[in-house]
Design a protein around this ligand. Structure first.
Ligand code: PLP
Length: 374
């Protein structure tokens, strides 16, 4: 049976050159980067070259890139240390953040009694920046945490604008950029973010590795205690093969950015044209101008199709999702769609279809044909 993978916002396949790079490091470069002998020095040099290469894509210095085990860890670390060490008393975020941010913020509220405010989300999934400015009129030590590209509906935050708003109000700005890193250029000299995070498996790198950008002199303290790795900010022997794979994947992504973006945007437009043709009355959750890598579609099927639609597509070898992968086993409606849709629309089947450069028009045709049998 041929298989079609259209769930690239959950995770992506490894790029063959990344596998090559990782295999090379796994086979030959097994030294511990903290050892002082030649094996260690060799590993250290691979580690620092990876850091330098990643930093260059964001126009920042290598020391501002800290490797972590994933995007979730990076988000947890930054938010927790902002409260515990930087004495942030208030976090402004949105109800459509990934759970790696949302659950962390709620846990911090419970543990430390910080004030949590949610900025208004418009019906099309955009963050209401006028409301953000209103919320910032309060004089409390604050951190704003707003994601760049929403992982379920693909709405895009104007990072530059939010950075300026945060700077003007002298508050910290953290952005979960897990869905955008490797898919759009981010120049951290023009974007005034204090912290951003990334996860390699979203851009054809390995799972279980990510990084945080932490602006110089932030005052952040480590989440884990132990060795002096990562300048004392993240204890634990660095997973060199993962980190080298991540750096390679990011370089490939940014090197091919324009051509991949053109290809993927073409697939997204093609899907929309096919939906126009075959499923009149469908709706886009979010907006048509959302990020080029995904579409969240509400299908004009009866409510009783909702529980079986994913199963039906899976039986035909097609992988898409209802929302975030971490929640897809849940019968609860997506917390993101819940913020935007009416009760009636929430009951209808919605699917997130997310692309990579490895997809083709045939994949879209296959999906459309399968959807027509529902
Ligand atoms: N933030 C966003 C927006 C995501 O899409 C994801 C992954 O689903 C994460 C954070 C978590 O990243 P990781 O899987 O590396 O923990």
């Amino acid at each position: 049976m041929s298989k079609v993978y259209l769930d690239n916002a959950s995770t992506t396949g490894l790029h063959p050159l990344v596998i090559q790079e990782m295999t090379q490091v796994l086979s030959n470069d097994y030294g511990n980067p903290s050892s002082t002998h030649s094996f260690g020095r060799n590993a250290k040099s691979i580690l620092e070259l990876a850091r330098k290469s990643i930093a260059k894509h964001f126009n920042v210095s290598a020391q501002e890139i800290i490797f972590t085990s994933c995007g979730t860890e990076a988000n947890n670390w930054i938010l927790r240390s902002a409260v515990v060490d930087l004495k942030v008393k208030r976090i402004i975020t949105s109800k459509i953040e990934h759970h790696a941010v949302l659950e962390t913020v709620l846990a911090l509220q419970k543990e430390y009694g910080i004030q949590v405010d949610f900025v208004t989300v418009k019906a099309n999934g955009a963050i209401d920046l006028t409301n953000l400015v209103e919320l910032l009129s309060q004089d409390t030590k604050t951190l704003v945490s707003l994601m760049h590209v929403n992982n379920e509906i693909g709405t895009v935050l104007d990072l530059e604008r939010v950075g300026i708003i945060c700077k003007e109000h002298q508050v910290l700005f953290h952005s979960d950029t897990v869905q955008s890193v490797g898919k759009i250029g981010i120049d951290l000299q023009s974007v005034h973010a204090d912290f951003i995070v990334a996860s390699a498996h979203k851009f054809h790198g390995p799972k279980g590795v990510g990084f945080a950008f932490v602006r110089k002199n932030s005052g952040l303290q480590p989440l884990f205690h132990g060795g002096e790795q990562e300048k004392g900010l993240r204890a634990g022997t660095e997973a060199l093969h993962q980190i080298a794979g991540m750096a390679k994947a990011l370089s490939i992504s940014y090197h091919n950015l324009e051509q991949d973006k053109k290809h993927i945007s073409g697939l997204r437009s093609y899907l929309l044209s096919q939906l126009d043709q075959e499923f009149s009355g469908y709706q886009i959750n979010g907006n048509k101008e959302g990020f080029y890598t995904m579409l969240n579609i509400q299908f004009p099927f009866s409510d009783d199709k909702t529980p079986m639609i994913l199963f039906h597509l899976d039986m035909k070898g097609i992988a898409v999702s209802r929302g975030s992968a971490c929640q897809s086993g849940s019968i609860k409606p997506s917390h993101v769609l819940q913020e935007m849709l009416s009760e009636a629309d929430l009951k209808k089947p919605s699917l997130r279809i997310s692309f990579s450069q490895f997809n083709t028009k045939n994949d879209i045709d296959f999906l459309i044909t399968a959807l027509k049998t529902i």
